[in-house]
Write a protein that binds this ligand. Structure first.
Ligand SMILES: [Zn+2]
Length: 66
């Protein structure tokens, strides 16, 4: 499963394996180290998406999943 996130420093979209969730990774463009959403939040979001048949979920902190 692939996961799309955004670098907080330079805002490019970064595509990663879900194995990187809840871990820190380096942005491929600017090299900034940032943390991905944890898998609990991600799995919860994906379950919600499936049950609601929507494509994107935004949590209360503004994290976007989908
Ligand atoms: Zn960056």
């Amino acid at each position: 499963m692939r996961l799309l996130t955004k670098c907080p420093a330079c805002s490019i979209a970064v595509e990663l394996s879900i194995a990187h969730a809840d871990r820190r990774t380096h942005c491929p463009r600017c090299g900034k180290l940032f943390r991905l959403p944890d898998t609990d939040a991600l799995h919860e979001a994906l379950a919600l998406l499936r049950s609601a048949q929507c494509d994107v979920y935004v949590d209360e902190k503004g994290n976007v999943y989908g």
